[in-house]
Design a binder for this molecule. Structure first.
Ligand code: TRP
Length: 378
């Protein structure tokens, strides 16, 4: 079955074999030596320890530069096509950790153009979604003085000269091979990868010297940055450094939380009752009867509820391990696990939703070049 999966920036299907994916993309495992080196800067984030952020390109080179006093700029982004869910939040939490540990500037690109081009959405829709999504990003506590949000249709004047330079170096034949485009692909989509590359090179343009860039994101974005890295040096930019995470799982047992499966997706604005219902229906792979479960035990490897503890909702490693052992031994029932996870998610969301409201005051000050948001209902 492992051969059947597909991962592109626009589509993730099948059971992902993350080892094989890394091989196909040509990225490198985050090994113990690198973890040890990272430990020298601050306590290792659980997402690194657990192999959720598991693959990279050139992190050692970036750290060499950092050690010499050449600070990097952090960059990640979001394509505003709907409400923010937990799968979007996960890599942002990691970005926030990097910003804190290394005390660096951050760029957050919102690709309203991309979602307009690739989905059945109007520009007005993607722009107002960008505002809603930005609230979730800001709610995570990024330093407002060190973080700027780029909205493509607003900041295109800044991005365009860089995107042009990038696009001139990429042939259609490369784009077709990397992204799977064909004769029915619209022109905007073909050009788009150069717009996503631009923020990685912006700090170098602004400073007039080589500024390294670190991009923590889902590994599905690698095709964009593989191409960007190929053209970088030829344009006088450093190759962006990548650090990649696995996709955040859906509640139905799928490999990626996705808005196309509403019931298996937890949005940042979900109310406690909704969360309870969704987690209640989650796939666990557990047995049908209590007796059977006690006797045979459960299977944390396939259980969506366990994955949620592992990815985000249990920070203590020994407790995660304990949970797995107990589950396999039939010492805990799926219902009990679901109740605990519901509580944890709701505690997180209650806090997040309060910060999200406060973010409304901050987000206006965090726009690149001071652009004005297109807020819903205005
Ligand atoms: N294409 C990404 C998405 O659809 C958005 C994005 C833009 C991004 N720039 C990025 C993601 C940099 C990660 C890193 O969500």
């Amino acid at each position: 079955m492992a051969e059947d999966f597909k991962v592109t920036p626009w589509e993730v299907t099948g059971d992902i074999d993350y080892g094989l994916l890394q091989e196909r993309f040509g990225t490198t495992s985050i090994d113990d030596a690198l973890l040890e080196r990272l430990e020298g800067y601050g306590e290792i984030h659980p997402m690194l320890r657990r192999g959720i952020f598991y693959s990279h390109r050139d992190v050692n080179l970036l750290l060499d530069e950092f050690d010499k006093g050449n600070k990097f700029v952090l960059y990640t982004g979001r394509g505003p096509s709907g409400n923010t869910h937990l799968g979007h939040i996960m890599p942002w939490v990691f970005n926030k950790w990097i910003q804190d540990v290394f005390d660096v500037e951050m760029l957050f690109q919102m690709t309203d153009d991309e979602k307009f081009l690739f989905k059945d959405l109007t520009l007005e829709q993607t722009r107002s979604m960008a505002y809603e999504n930005a609230l979730d990003f800001v709610a995570l506590g990024f330093d407002p003085k060190k973080t700027k949000i780029i909205l493509d249709t607003e900041n295109i004047k800044t991005l365009y000269p860089i995107a042009l330079k990038v696009s001139k170096k990429i042939t259609f034949s490369t784009a077709r091979a990397v992204f799977g485009f064909d004769n029915s692909t619209n022109l905007g989509s073909i050009f788009f990868t150069s717009v996503q590359a631009a923020p990685a090179f912006l700090p170098t343009e602004e400073a007039g010297r080589q500024v390294p860039c670190l991009i923590p994101c889902g590994i599905d974005q690698d095709p964009h940055f593989r191409v960007a890295r190929d053209v970088a040096n030829g344009l006088g930019y450093p190759k962006p450094t990548m650090i990649y995470c696995k996709m955040f799982p859906g509640l139905s047992g799928g490999d990626k939380m996705s808005s196309s499966d509403e019931n298996a997706t937890i949005y940042t604005t979900d109310k406690p009752k909704v969360v309870k219902k969704k987690v209640g229906r989650a796939f666990t792979g557990g047995c049908v009867t209590v007796e059977e479960q006690r006797e045979k035990g459960g299977n944390p490897e396939v259980c969506a509820v366990f994955k949620y503890f592992f990815y985000m909702f249990e920070k203590d490693d020994s407790k995660v391990n304990e949970l797995a052992v107990k589950c396999r031994a039939g010492g805990i029932l799926c219902g009990e696990c679901k109740a605990e996870l519901t509580t944890r998610i709701n505690v997180f969301l209650e806090e997040h939703q309060a910060k999200r409201e406060k973010a409304r005051e901050i987000v206006d000050r965090m726009t690149y070049d001071g652009f004005k948001w297109n807020k819903d209902g205005e």
